[in-house]
Each structure stands twice: as structure tokens, then as C-alpha cells.
Design a protein around this ligand. Sequence first.
Ligand SMILES: [Zn+2]
Length: 263
Amino acid sequence: MGVVFTCSFDDGHPSDMKTADLLQKHGLKGTFFLPVTNWEDGEVMARPQILELARHFEIGSHTYGHCYLSGASAAEARYQISEGKKHLEDVLGKRIAGFCYPGGKYRQRDIELVKTAGFTYARTTMNLRFDAGDKPFEMPTTIQFYPHHRSVYFRNFARLGEWAKRQDGLLLALKYPHWMDRLYALFDYACEHRVAFHLWGHSKQFEQLNAWRQLDDFLAYVASNVAVQDRLSNEQMAARYFKAKEAGEVAVGEKLLAKSLEN
Ligand SMILES: [Zn+2]
């Protein structure tokens, strides 16, 4: 069993089409989390683009209006979660399984609302993880495709806990001053330990950073290291991990990760 790769892209900006082209070029899978509207930067994909994207990729929901749930009333949170799902299901004519908390902001109440709305898993913004987490409604990631200052990793690490499972990732993130070196180092770690790697980001930022070439190169590197059966959408990743857990089996690379953490 080798490294497992998944990726997800948030906010439904039209430049997601460019990200999708690169994923397809390299034969990778991934998930796009879409709000219906986005008060933060306005632009979201139109219906024909969403339909085109859904031909090859999993589409997940990101609330109706990119709502930061932890600050919303219960009624507003319920509306945002269920209406976002319903709208996408109407557009696509199929069930939406995945949800992603805007800004990574949520409370226990919101987790319950997401479950009740009929989603099967949810993604957070916890980074520096090399697995699908411990709970299907709080799936973490490994790293965001963005040139963050190193202090951002430390803050995310301190705030979100699960330190034992994230310390190797943190050390690697702090070791490299350049964000590309950091990205490759974390991916190499995942390959070496045969665990999971979850890349996430915002296509709008790739455009602003003019980082398409770097993304292209990185995805080529990913494809050269990940077996076809281990290139997963977020939904497939959740299914693989949490079904294994329910059956009392060891999920993808978990044993190996536990071993590496003991050393
Ligand atoms: Zn977002």
C-alpha cells in the first residue's frame, strides 16, 4: 500500500475550471466545495461551469452564502447548510455527500446540523495531518497551496490540537522558509511513510499568485508517486478510512503513521 492522495478546492471561483484542467491532465481526483453565492469576493461559477466540473469531479457544498457558521444563529446555520445542499442538488440532479465549513469555523451544533442535513462527511481547515482524521464530520487536511508565513502553521497547530498526530508535519513546515520546499517536503514525508496527503486551496489565489506553473509541476510530481487506485476524491477518502474503521480494520497507512510517531 502506497501514499494516498486527495485534494479539495473551496469557494467555487470560475478559475476552478483551470485547476480542474490540471487535475485531469495528471489523472488526479479531487473535490470542489461550492457556495451558491460568496459575499467575500462575489464571483462564483455559473450553472454550465458547475455541470462541466461535475462531469469529472466530486462537488461538495460550502453553505449557501459562504457563511461562517460559528457566528451564525442556529436558524441561520440550519438554513445555510440545508439550502446550500438543496441548491447544488437541484443544479446537478444528484445527491451531494460532502460539506466544507467556510473559514474552518464551526461549533458542535454545526456538526450536528451537517449530519442532520444528510451529508456523509465534512472537511475542516485543520492542516498538517496525514490521515482522514478520527471523525467523518471533521476531516482534516495536510497543507493549503498558499505561501503562508511560517507562524500561520504554528497558530493553526496550537489552536486546533491533535498535536501528536501533527508534530511531524509542523516540524517540516517550520523547517523550510520557501513554501514550495515545504509542500514537497510534506508530500515526500507522506510517500515515505505511505500515509495520506490532502492538498487544499482556493483557485482564485492561484490566479492572484500566478502560481499555475507551480501547481502544474507539483501535481505532476504527485501523479508520478501515487498509484491510480490511491488517487481519491474527498468522498472516496472518507469512505475508505471510515468504513475501514467501522469494520475495526486499520485504515490507509495508519499503522505505519502510528509507528513513525512512536519513534
Ligand atoms: Zn471558503
